[in-house]
Design a protein around this ligand. Structure first.
Ligand code: 13P
Length: 251
């Protein structure tokens, strides 16, 4: 199973900025990605084609999208369909990111529709889950993660290929705050996600990658990636500069 080192650029970067960052990243990382790692760049929609051009045919790199609407096509003004992303060279897409759940109001059920639809359309899906600070303080981490996983995976076919499904544990209180979950908290949450994946998919559940996200930076990525059941990272702020994301990707 390859570790997945993912850069989520969120709503940052014009095309020129994205092109420069992607080019810088390729310069720093190409030819140095270990065989057991994959580097994923997830730019905003408007920069997908320029980043695709920079990453094209470079071994070890993949391209992903931050969102899509779960329909093949249709009268959905402002939305993007999975086929449009595949057409641009995307292999992956996110669903259930906390900013979409809590800023854009996406429900557990809608996230579940996206995961199943994206997989069926041929995208590899990264289902994001994670608790808010008040939920952690109330001792509800497992309940929240279980609810989001159950809903997020409810329509996925049981014989899903485990390489095409990824779960990202991103505690909401650690996103963009400089706070990271401690190693014991990460190990506990990832162990719980693994248990749930095994309960759902049997042995195949061991092959679904589980990423950690939330204030990952060059200084902590080596430790995080070494924790049991951490199969990669999903990086926001520290992925915006080529140098810092290159350091994380190669940590
Ligand atoms: P930060 O790395 O900025 O905390 O963001 C994490 C995240 O939301 C990645 O999807």
């Amino acid at each position: 199973m390859k570790k997945l080192m993912a850069a989520n650029w969120k709503m940052y970067k014009t095309r020129d900025e994205a092109e420069q960052t992607a080019r810088g990243l390729v310069g720093l990382v190409a030819g140095r990605i270990p065989a057991d790692r994959e580097v994923l760049v997830i730019p905003p929609f408007t920069a997908l084609s320029v980043v695709a051009r920079e990453l094209a045919a470079i071994p070890g790199f993949s391209l992903g999208a931050q969102n899509f609407y779960p329909a093949a096509q249709g009268a959905f003004t402002g939305e993007i369909a999975p086929d449009m992303l595949l057409d641009l060279g995307c292999a992956y897409a996110l669903a259930g990111h906390s900013e979409r759940r809590h800023v854009l109001g996406e429900s557990d059920a809608f996230v579940g529709r996206k995961v199943a639809f994206g997989l069926a359309a041929g995208l590899r899906m990264i289902l994001c889950v994670g608790e808010k600070i008040e939920e952690r303080q109330a001792g509800l981490v497992r309940e929240v993660v279980k609810r989001q996983l159950d809903a997020g995976l409810s329509d996925v076919v049981p014989d899903v290929h485990p390489e095409t499904l990824v779960v990202a544990y991103e505690p909401v209180w650690a996103i963009g705050t400089g706070l990271t979950a401690g190693p014991a908290d990460v190990a506990e949450a990832h162990g719980f996600v693994r248990e749930m994946l095994r309960a759902r998919y049997g042995e195949k559940g061991n092959e679904v990658r589980i990423l950690y996200g939330g204030s990952v930076k060059p200084e902590n990525s080596g430790e995080i990636i070494g924790i049991d059941n951490v199969d990669g990272v999903l990086v926001g702020g520290a992925s915006l500069r080529a140098e810092s994301f290159a350091a994380i990707a190669l940590a």
